[in-house]
Design a protein around this ligand. Structure first.
Ligand SMILES: *Cc1c(COP(=O)(O)O)cnc(C)c1O
Length: 343
């Protein structure tokens, strides 16, 4: 057994996955009496979707520059996060490590799976605490969750520091790159070809504007991707989702990304001039973390002006902070207008 296999839960290592009738079939049948579907097409969704998502995966492969064997597609990256626990962590025994503050789903999915999550605080100005993260691991640690650019702090970590953790951490390193499209630091997904313990998560929910479709991606060594495919629900992406994603991917998001980044810089310049703004953290993502005098009060003021933001003021390391997503130029103008009237 190699070192990655040794991290896998024993019941998952030997799992026989659900096999669909069409997985087993050879030849090219054109009458389908195998899956108890309706023969009547209706809106065109009477057949089960492709469980391996071949066509969409080929498109993602071209887009991301990795072979299909290194790609998993799921119902949002949230599905991939949950799968990490289900594949690697024996409930009530194994544990995971994560940076704090970070994305809330790492902790929720840990709780659901009865896995202990060990939060390690980020350093000053949200710096990556490399040695502290390594020190938090013990013999039952299976996963390390990193997020870069990090939600809610907004900063991307140095690729060299992330790669040092991949090299030295004695388990699977899950690097969540949901916001990588907005960052000049780019992505580390190509490194999954050399690092069997690295899993990189990306999503179509942010830069690609497809949050309502629910499509997340994981990039990893073929062995880990195979485990994910075995454990996932066979039909985790609906036919409609796969079709609409292919259609959406005919258009590049580059122009929208450029505008969001330029609006982010405009807000980053404008916000510090308000007397109640204490600090605007630099952001490599499509949001800004803003520390203000009275976070709860300002949150309500914005809400009565019809704008909802994320109140992160009770999150460790984020006292007094609101997280504000970058909107359209008109939406950002409206935000600034309400702040002008509040000041
Ligand atoms: C928004 C977000 C996600 C969610 O991705 P889905 O693909 O929509 O499930 C994942 N990770 C982070 C850090 C996020 O902020």
């Amino acid at each position: 057994m190699n070192s990655i296999e040794a991290l896998v839960r024993p019941n998952i290592r030997t799992l026989s996955p659900y096999s669909t009738a069409r997985d087993e079939a050879k030849g090219a049948p054109d009458v389908f009496l195998d899956a108890n579907e309706s023969p009547y097409a209706g809106l065109g969704y009477n057949r089960y979707p492709d469980p391996r998502q071949k066509v969409l995966k080929a498109r993602v492969s071209a887009l991301k520059g990795l072979p299909a064997e290194n790609i998993f597609l799921g119902n949002g990256s949230d599905e991939a996060i949950d799968l990490m626990y289900r594949i690697f962590c024996t409930p009530g025994r194994d544990n995971a490590v994560a940076i704090e503050p970070s994305y809330g789903m790492y902790a929720v999915a840990a709780d659901i799976n009865d896995v202990e999550l060990r939060p390690v605080p980020l350093g000053a100005d949200f710096a990556l605490p490399v040695e502290e993260l390594l020190a938090a691991a013990d013999a039952n640690t299976k996963l390390l969750f990193l997020c870069s650019p990090n939600n809610p702090s907004g900063n991307a970590f140095a690729p060299s520091a992330l790669m040092e953790l991949v090299r030295r951490f004695p388990g699977i390193v899950v690097l969540d790159e949901a916001y990588a499209d907005f960052s000049a630091k780019g992505s580390l997904r190509a490194a999954v070809r050399e690092c069997p313990n690295l899993v990189v998560l990306q999503t179509f929910s942010k830069a690609y504007g497809l949050a309502g479709l629910r499509i997340g991606m994981a990039f990893a060594d073929a062995y880990v991707i195979d485990l994910m495919n075995r454990v996932k629900y066979p039909y985790n992406l609906s036919e409609a989702t796969q079709e609409l994603a292919l259609k959406a991917l005919e258009t590049s998001p580059e122009e929208n990304i450029r505008e969001i980044v330029s609006e982010r810089e405009r807000l980053f310049q404008a916000l510090p001039s308000f007397p109640f703004v204490r600090k605007v953290y630099p952001s490599d993502a499509n949001f800004l973390l803003v520390q203000v005098d009275k976070a709860d009060e300002l949150y309500e003021v914005l809400l009565s002006g019809g704008i909802i933001v994320r109140n992160r003021s009770r999150v460790p390391g984020c006292s007094g902070c609101l997280r504000i997503t970058v909107g359209t130029p008109a939406e950002n103008d409206r935000l600034l207008q309400i702040l002008c009237n509040y000041a």
